[in-house]
Design a binder for this molecule. Structure first.
Ligand code: XMP
Length: 510
């Protein structure tokens, strides 16, 4: 039976769920207002309360259904959840003069089964709060403290605990041990593995009368869904790949070959390069460019769908590569979180096409999708592909997108790829690409003066794209990249290496 993670709006809620799932237990994100009745009805066996941005001591702050506390279901409270458990059990929370942000040291002040297998008395934990529990409820004991927080961890019973720090964050030493201890004490079943993904995915696929339409991009999610649907409905599935002209070098050939290897029978490539270039003409603003691309995509896709259905029969379903984080962010359990950045790929398609949706990987995280893909026979080298934005190279060309600029950025990107491959670095860099900068600078080539545009090179390390760090690339590699780009790409006489982290910059340029 799964663990319910009640989401009070923390940026780390998905991390909690991922850690629990990594430990072999199914976990799902639910609204913070979930009642005990629902918890019982849906068969959840344990609850984790996430962090959140509110001040728990305010009377209008989100509260936990009191029935949950009155029951004997195991609970682990984290950050805001820690404070809520204290308040709702009769303790007290107050704003502290000094907040605690970043790595702090926790001292185990009282032995507890929550700290089993932790060999140290003092260890690093990740904190992010300014309120703290100043009075522990009657019957509960403080089990851990920091230099400014006496009650950084509390035990309520053999199966109820709360911690002010974030055990789900990598910086917390023994974070996974703590979560694992809670799961053991809660006696939840460890049956979440790749075989259960296969079961969930295939057992939920419906009987269909009509055909299934699916837009594929060459990305991991849509390819895994295409493979699932083609295994189940080999003759009914029609995959449409729109060549927007905004793809990387040799991309269309690569994807076509892959779909052949995967034995997907109906794979339609639509060449729409001209429509996209026309739609982008004169557009400079990043949001306008994204909108123009989204709108054109829908038009091209719809037209292609009509043509295919005239030949092969009506469509009944639209397949989509939605994964768990995409879904939660826009729905009730995610609504208390602050949106950092929203990406627009091809929103609006389902509404336009009036088809029923098939989203077989809607409950899975990216790493789970990769594991599933592997079992389904998708080559590992493909599953390790870097993320590529829906709007493609258009958002890696600052300013107006033209055929000439596309050619420049594509060739520069290809050179970057080749150099990093030669240097054995491709697997070590989370994402790398070239971007076109529409500024002209003076250079000298041979004995002549040049006055040309510039390329920026971005190479970042990241875990999930939410934050990113720059890569420490040897000077020899940087020089190889810049000299090849300047020598081989017409119209470029200067190469910049972007040395900005995210935040404050984003990974993409637009
Ligand atoms: P940012 O630029 O937000 O990018 O730091 C974070 C990650 O998301 C990718 N990205 C996108 N992916 N549609 C996508 O599917 C988009 O519109 C989009 N914009 C950015 C980006 O490549 C990076 O990995």
């Amino acid at each position: 039976m799964p663990v319910a993670v009640l989401n009070f709006g923390s940026q780390y809620t998905h991390l909690i769920v991922r850690r629990i799932r990594e430990l072999g237990v199914k976990a799902e994100i639910l609204s913070p207002t979930t009642t005990f009745q629902t918890i019982q009805k849906e068969g959840y066996n344990a609850i984790v309360l996430s962090g959140g941005p509110q001040d728990a001591y305010r009377p209008d702050a989100l509260r936990l259904d009191q029935e949950i506390l009155l029951s004997d279901i195991p609970i682990l409270g984290v950050c805001y959840g820690h404070q809520l458990m204290a308040i709702q059990n009769g303790g007290q929370v107050k704003r502290n003069e000094f907040g605690e942000y970043g790595v702090k040291t926790l001292k185990i002040s009282h032995q507890s089964p929550l700290f089993k297998d932790i060999e140290k008395d003092v260890f690093n934990v990740w904190m992010s709060h300014s309120d703290q529990v100043i009075k522990v409820p009657e019957g509960a004991v403080s089990i851990g403290s920091t230099d400014t927080d006496q009650n950084a961890a509390i035990q309520y019973s053999d199966t109820r605990f709360s911690v002010q720090f974030h055990p789900e964050v990598h910086h917390t030493e023994y974070g996974k041990t703590i979560i694992n201890n809670f799961l053991t004490l809660a006696k939840v079943k460890r049956d979440w593995d790749v075989n259960s993904f296969v079961d969930i995915v295939f057992s939920n696929l419906p009987e269909t009368k009509g055909n299934i339409l699916m837009g594929v991009s060459g990305g991991v999610d849509s390819t895994v869904v295409a493979k699932i649907l083609s295994d189940r409905y080999p003759e009914k599935l029609h995959c449409v790949y729109v060549d927007t002209g905004l793809m990387r070098a040799k991309e269309t050939e690569y994807v076509s070959k892959l779909f052949k290897v995967l034995n997907i029978r109906h794979f339609h490539v639509v060449n729409a390069k001209k429509q996209f270039l026309d739609a982008l003409k004169g557009k400079i603003d990043p949001e306008e460019k994204r909108k123009a691309i989204g709108k054109t995509f829908i038009e091209v896709f719809e037209k292609s769908a009509t043509e295919i259905s005239e030949k092969y029969g009506e469509f009944e379903y639209l397949g989509q590569g939605t994964i768990y984080p995409d879904r939660i962010e826009s729905s009730e359990p995610g609504k208390h979180a602050e949106v950092i950045k929203s990406h627009h790929n091809v929103g609006g398609l389902p509404e336009k096409l009036h088809l029923k949706l098939l989203e077989p990987i809607r409950d899975l995280y990216k790493d789970e999708v990769r594991q599933l893909g592997k079992i389904l026979g998708i080559p590992s080298e493909f599953l390790k592909r870097q993320p590529f934005p829906g709007p493609g190279l258009a958002i890696r060309i600052i300013g107006e997108v033209t055929e000439e600029r596309l050619q420049i950025v594509r060739q520069s990107d290809d050179i970057l790829h080749q150099v990093l491959e030669e240097e054995g670095l491709t697997d070590k860099i989370w994402q790398f690409f070239a971007a076109f900068l529409p500024i002209k600078t003076v250079g000298v080539m041979g004995d002549s003066r040049t006055y040309d545009s510039a390329i920026a090179v971005r190479m970042v390390d990241s875990i999930d794209g939410m934050t990113a760090d720059i890569i420490d690339v040897p000077k020899t590699v940087l020089l190889k990249i810049s000299s090849r780009i300047v020598n081989e790409v017409n119209g470029i006489n200067r190469v910049f290496y972007d040395i900005t982290q995210k935040p404050p910059a984003t990974i993409e340029f637009e």
